[in-house]
Ligand binder design. Structure first.
Ligand code: 6PG
Length: 502
């Protein structure tokens, strides 16, 4: 049985993320009502956590759950994105939640669903969306939180979100570590900020994930080049990634890569685990959503899409194995490059990473026009400095760039990032060329370089595309010597247009 009206907040969905978020909330002294569709899971959770600073109130029914929370109710739902969010929202309405109550969808929901839900349930409750990043440990000890929705609702959620979010040092911008069960980090700047109405928070979280895909792909390509070009072993590589973590590449993903590469296979201790893991990457869809959104809005986020396609290609394991026996390429490997090549690969990784983030921010720039949001890009970068999967020293540089120029059109135009690419681009080009010469696939390195070179090119070959379009389909073209928006067509002499059958 539950107590009535004592909890300051409620949470539905006690899978790992939900349990950890609930414990994080309780650690900060908030009394929290919890509900899971399987009652045994709720009861076990309460039994296992008897002494949290804030009270955990286990509820066996949704009616009890709703009664256990003070009004206006703040209810977090952490269930699978999609149909389950609607199902739980409807069940809450049936259980007595009303128009003054706030329901926060903290899953990886598609932003258009969040926009729809806010409208669809407006007469029944206040639907709010928030991205949550940082995996299980982030949820437990400090995630990055990306809220979006009605600003009035945010007022009620803010104290909880600011308390439980990861914290960064106000001077260095680095995450403050050291949270333990029952002893959360206090002080510091919380990695959360109100991002805008309706789907804004979930959109930003989606782009975070798109960037996460490229970050991971780039690190994997660096690993692969080091391994196959230079013949290095996993422990050598672990050492290199640890060193890189002391440079501009300092980030959570580089840090865990060093750990991953030292891990032996528990089933075959003479082997390293990375060599026992099948090279077929999974994906739940947020990278694809990011790429689809980029395609829909015509934003060149090619490295983000490339990272998604790289996962798709990896999943074609059997086909690739068959092709590897038939399709010829050069023999990879040239150990003579040594240390210089290690540094060149580091530079290639850093320059590519800058391009990937430039694409992610360009995408958000376009989305805000499309959805009438008003993003503060410096703030977005700042709430990614701690707690989330892409947290990195690098994010402080992005915040600095947008502080220098809040209207920055593309990160590549910022003096700091321009200089970094200026310093690293010879090595980046060398690495991309070597990858091609050695037949080692490095799609994200290559597409990032193509992005950079295209973006900095005043005249691209698209004039020829326009001519072809006009030739075969009278699609018209603009002229270099006329104002934009004026379209021209010529009757191409001897035009060989596709024959349309009558
Ligand atoms: C996070 C992550 C998380 C995501 C996983 C897996 O920010 O904590 O982005 O939300 O679900 O990284 O995503 P994929 O299965 O698509 O790789």
């Amino acid at each position: 049985m539950s107590e009535s009206g004592v909890a300051q907040v409620g949470l539905i969905g006690l899978a790992v993320m939900g349990k950890n978020l609930a414990l994080n909330i309780a650690d900060h002294g908030f009394d929290i009502a919890v509900f899971n569709r399987t009652t045994a899971i709720t009861q076990e959770f309460i039994r296992e956590n008897p002494n949290t600073p804030g009270k955990l109130v286990g509820c066996d029914t949704l009616a009890d759950f709703v009664l256990a929370i003070k009004k206006p109710r703040v209810i977090i739902i952490l269930v699978k994105a999609g149909a389950a969010v609607d199902a739980v929202t409807q069940q809450l309405i049936d259980a007595g939640v009303d128009k003054s109550d706030i329901v926060i969808d903290a899953g990886n929901s598609l932003w258009t669903d969040t926009i729809r839900c806010e409208k669809q349930y407006a007469e029944k409750l206040k639907f709010f969306g928030s991205g949550v990043s940082g995996g299980e440990l982030g949820a437990r000890f400090g995630p990055s939180l990306m809220p979006g929705g009605d600003p009035e609702s945010w007022k009620h959620l803010k104290p909880i979100w600011e308390a439980i979010a990861a914290k960064v040092d106000p001077k260095t911008g680095k995450p403050i570590p050291g949270a333990e069960p029952g002893k959360p980090v206090t002080g510091g700047v919380p990695c959360t900020a109100y991002l805008g109405p309706d789907g804004a928070g979930h959109y930003v979280k989606m782009v975070h994930n798109g960037i996460e895909y490229v970050d991971m792909q780039l690190i994997s390509e660096a690993y692969f080049l080091l391994r196959h070009l230079l013949g290095l072993t996993p422990p050598d590589l672990a050492e290199i990634f640890s060193q890189w973590n002391l440079t501009e590449l300092d980030s959570y993903l580089i840090e865990i890569t060093a750990d991953v590469l030292q891990q032996r296979d528990p089933a075959k201790p003479r082997k390293y685990l990375v060599d026992s893991i099948l090279d077929a990457a999974g994906q739940k869809g947020t990278g694809k959503w990011t790429s689809t959104s980029a395609l829909d809005m015509g934003v060149p986020a090619n490295s983000i899409a490339e990272a998604v396609f790289a996962r798709c290609m990896s999943a074609l394991k059997e086909e690739r194995v068959a092709a590897s026996k038939k399709l010829r390429g050069p023999k990879a490997g040239n150990k003579k490059h040594g240390k210089k090549m290690i540094e060149a690969i580091r530079q290639a990784l850093f320059c590519s990473k800058i391009c990937a983030y430039a694409q992610g921010f360009q995408l958000m720039f376009q989305a805000q026009q499309e959805y009438h949001w008003k993003f503060d890009f410096g703030t977005i970068a700042s709430i990614w400095r701690g707690g989330c999967i892409i947290r990195a020293g690098f994010l402080q540089k992005i915040t600095d760039a947008y502080t220098r120029d809040p209207k920055l059109v593309n990160l590549l135009m910022d003096p700091y990032f321009r200089k970094q690419i200026q310093n690293g681009q010879d090595q980046w080009r060398q690495v991309v060329a070597l990858a091609a010469q050695n037949g080692i696939a490095a799609p994200a390195f290559m597409s990032a370089l193509a992005y950079y070179d295209s973006y900095r090119t005043a005249v691209l070959p698209a004039s020829l595309i326009q001519a072809q379009r006009d030739y075969f389909g009278a699609h018209t073209y603009e002229r270099v010597d006329q104002a934009r928006g004026k379209f021209f067509h010529i009757d191409w002499p001897d035009a060989k247009r596709p024959q349309i059958e009558a």
